[in-house]
Design a protein around this ligand. Structure first.
Ligand code: XUL
Length: 528
């Protein structure tokens, strides 16, 4: 008999759904709704409300709620098996926060299916809009909280990350400082994930450990709110936060609103939601220590898993709780495809296939030539000023420069993930540039492990559906193993495996030291 689970993903620009059948181990339904196109009356652009200050990036929580109504209506129309869903969970864009007043619990408990969801929520918000992860307007608040927590290393050690502008703690502090009345009227603060979970469950939902770790408020090891972080952020904060919960916590059956309106199974269990990155870790099948994924997008992002909790003393990498047990890291390198495109344009290379041929034409290690491609200020390592630095590298040699940029990006990834002490056994590569085998060969050689390509466009919603399946099995008294939960859903592309070349790997082992020295020298120039 089929066993259906629903995973939703409330991302910056869209709400998506994936329904899986845990029995046949197949995705049986997928659908998505773009906020700008489906809900133009909110005036959002790419999911973000326009603001005169370019550092301020907010979204409308009402839009996310209205999208849930529309998406479920769409799924019903498309014939998704809503009446047979056993459990539902979700994934939300991380760090964003929604501010509710004391009318919220009552409104959530009495959602009236005769009226749209947003109308049911009228009057429950104590802050009209929600700051999201793209906001970078809280540098002052970050500095204040960081100081109270004892500096970068201490903040990362305590909460999993140094203070970052988009993280929820600094955002809450800014709200408290700029609108103390609004803050005082706030009875409950939710993340995007827990707000959406609250709608489905018809009650204020807990914040799960995975997304909770993106707030600079949670003790990463004890998984409770930290008194010192709460105090450094805003008064009375503990009262306004729901308790942190395990990522497999079942809140209760879904609200009757969704049963009556869309025919959702009345016995479907509503789970806590998590952040999109923690959900993607499950959706990509990164369930054991030593499993990692690299997304080669505008920025390059490394996701890795760790059994034991370790944090980055330099505060560059983030550590979250993995919904599959243990911990996960996320390290974001800003100059990814952005920088590769600049080099391509600089040398007038027609397409990526020609770029790949040039990479393959130059020798591994480039005879010691190094190129640091910080076309934009870099996040990892922290380089405040842009700068493109060449060491022992002839600027006129196109092949050497194409190879050098990707070698530097991979050497940087290896160097700046060393603190995890969990060298990957294999890496899943995703994102636009992962189509290029020449690039993936460099990745395999520098990281000295196998590289396999994987499809990731729906990994967050799929991860949420898999979390629902896992929690439902636990709820029924089973002892689900993550390897069994993800089996069949997270397979890499057949025939995509690339193995490291031992000779090239030895060259990169030696080059790493030189790369680190070049980086130190370039940082002196960039951070002057
Ligand atoms: C992670 C982060 C982004 C958002 C995107 O720290 O800010 O990846 O989660 O939705």
């Amino acid at each position: 008999m089929a066993k259906f689970f629903l995973g939703l993903d409330s991302s910056t620009q869209s709400l998506s759904a994936v329904v899986i059948d845990g029995q046949s181990r197949k995705v049986v339904h997928e659908t998505s709704l773009n906020f700008d196109r489906a809900l133009p009356h909110y005036g959002a652009q790419n999911g973000v409300l326009p603001h005169r200050d370019p550092l301020v990036k907010h979204g409308p929580p009402q839009m996310w709620a209205e999208a849930l109504d529309l998406l479920l209506a769409q799924m019903k129309k498309e014939g998704a098996p809503l009446g047979q869903i056993l459990a539902v969970s979700g994934s939300g864009q991380q760090h964003g926060s929604v501010y509710l007043n004391d009318r919220a619990p009552e409104a959530l408990a009495r959602l009236n299916p005769q009226r749209p969801l947003v109308e049911n929520l009228r009057g429950i918000f104590s802050r009209p809009t929600a700051p999201i992860w793209m906001d970078s307007s809280t540098t002052g608040e970050c500095a204040e909280i960081r100081k109270r927590l004892g500096g970068i290393r201490a903040a990362a050690q305590k909460t999993g990350s140094d203070l970052f502008e988009r993280f929820t703690g600094p955002q809450i502090r800014k709200f408290y400082k700029t609108d103390p009345e609004g803050y005082a009227k706030t009875a409950s603060i939710a993340l995007v994930s827990s707000f959406m979970a609250s709608l489905l469950a018809g009650k204020i939902a807990p914040i799960d450990h995975g997304d909770g770790a993106g707030m600079n408020l949670m003790d990463l090891r004890k998984k409770t709110w930290r008194a010192d972080a709460l105090k450094a952020t805003a008064p009375q904060l503990r009262r306004k936060l729901p308790p942190p919960a395990t990522p497999w916590k079942i809140i209760g059956p879904v609200s009757p609103y969704f049963v009556k309106k869309f025919g959702l199974n009345p016995e479907a269990q509503a789970l806590v939601w998590s952040g999109d990155n923690p959900c993607s870790v499950v959706g990509l099948g990164l369930i054991h220590e030593g499993m990692a994924a690299v997304s080669l997008g505008t920025s390059d992002t490394l996701f890795g898993t760790m059994k034991r909790c370790r944090t980055d003393a330099h505060g560059e990498g983030h550590v979250f709780v993995s919904p599959a047990g243990g911990y996960m890291t996320l390290i974001c390198f800003k100059n990814g495809s952005l920088a590769r495109e600049k080099i391509r344009a600089l040398y007038g290379i027609q397409n990526w296939s020609d770029f790949g041929k040039l990479v393959a034409a130059a020798r591994p290690g480039n005879d010691g030539g190094i190129l640091l491609p910080w076309f934009e200020p870099e996040i990892v390592p922290r380089a405040n000023q842009p700068g493109v630095h060449r060491f022992d590298l002839d600027e006129r040699n196109a092949a050497a420069n194409c190879r050098a940029i990707f070698e530097a990006q991979m050497l940087s990834m290896r160097l700046h993930s060393a603190w995890m002490n969990a060298r990957p056994e294999q890496i899943y590569a995703t994102g636009g540039a992962s189509n290029d085998t020449a690039l993936l060969q460099v990745m395999a050689d520098v990281m000295n492990c196998r590289v396999l390509r994987i499809e990731s466009s729906k990994s967050a919603a799929l991860g949420a559906a898999l979390r629902a399946a896992h929690a439902w099995c636990l709820h029924c008294g089973g002892e689900p193993k993550w390897a069994d939960v993800v089996a069949g859903f997270t397979a890499p592309m057949p025939g995509s495996e690339i193995r490291p070349n031992p000779k090239a790997a030895r060259i990169y082992d030696r080059l790493l030291e030189k790369y680190a020295a070049c980086e130190r020298q370039a940082l002196k120039m960039s951070n002057r």
